[in-house]
Design a binder for this molecule. Structure first.
Ligand SMILES: CC(C)(COP(=O)(O)OP(=O)(O)OC[C@H]1O[C@@H](n2cnc3c(N)ncnc32)[C@H](O)[C@@H]1OP(=O)(O)O)[C@@H](O)C(=O)NCCC(=O)NCCS
Length: 212
């Protein structure tokens, strides 16, 4: 499997993944399917802003895609903060595609000076919550009934991850990155035993993420 920048040729497969998520879940708060035109404009806008759109692909085609955009973009003070999106094709979920996309996204974020990455996740999306917890994202902010889809109210939660440990002298708390990602760690440094993992998980010394 390779992780690479998306091209126009990938857009039809990206669209199919996205529209399956829209049709069958509350992971995206849209009720109508997106169009190819819409995805083309999205890719062009991200490129123009210097923001990545990446895909995971192998001989089965595009297995998933990920990107990030501004968070509350109108305000310059938020320029080091991004909101990410990640979606994996239904038949490829649970096989490490999402984790590999997130690892690449962290690297891209770090390369352009981003400091905090935030996931905005439907509170009922148990698999995505588990996925982000496993990657070390913190659990904050639960907004009740801010969305509506399938004739019901939807709760949204925020899941931030910091790019750097707290400054020296700052109160040492287990921030998202201090609890960083056994999954990313294993991806970059090879698998380790459960005992070794539990020794480092929760320790501020475990900052192996490319974003840290
Ligand atoms: C959430 C999502 C991006 C995760 O990507 P993925 O490739 O399935 O995840 P990975 O295989 O890299 O990681 C697996 C972990 O994610 C979670 N997970 C999410 N969906 C899963 C699934 N269908 N099967 C197994 N594990 C799943 C689990 O925590 C799992 O870790 P565990 O096995 O240690 O419990 C993907 O399942 C997806 O696209 N889901 C539908 C759309 C969506 O919810 N997007 C995110 C919106 S915020």
């Amino acid at each position: 499997m390779e992780i690479r920048d998306a091209t126009e040729i990938d857009l039809a497969e990206i669209l199919a993944i996205y529209n399956e998520v829209i049709a069958n879940s509350t992971a995206v708060y849209a009720e109508q399917p997106a169009t190819l035109e819409d995805r083309r404009a999205w890719l062009a806008a991200r490129r123009q802003s210097g923001l990545p759109v990446i895909v995971a692909a192998d001989d089965r085609g595009v297995l998933g895609f990920a990107s990030f955009g501004d968070w509350r973009g109108a305000w310059a003070g938020y320029r080091h903060t991004i909101e990410h999106t990640v979606h994996v094709r239904a038949d490829a979920r649970g096989g490490g595609v999402g984790t590999a996309l997130m690892a690449a996204l962290f690297e891209r974020g770090e390369a352009i000076g981003k400091h905090v990455m935030i996931g905005a996740i439907d509170a009922a999306n148990a698999s995505s919550l588990r996925f982000h917890r496993r990657l070390g994202f913190a659990e904050v902010a639960h907004f009740r009934e801010v969305g509506r889809k399938f004739n019901r109210w939807l709760d949204l939660v925020f899941r931030p991850a910091l790019s750097r440990p707290p400054r020296r002298g700052a109160a040492l708390r287990p921030t998202a990155f201090a609890r960083i990602a056994p999954a990313l760690d294993a991806l970059f440094h090879g698998p380790r035993s459960g005992a070794e993992r539990s020794k480092t998980t929760g320790s501020p010394g475990c900052l192996h993420s490319p974003f840290g």
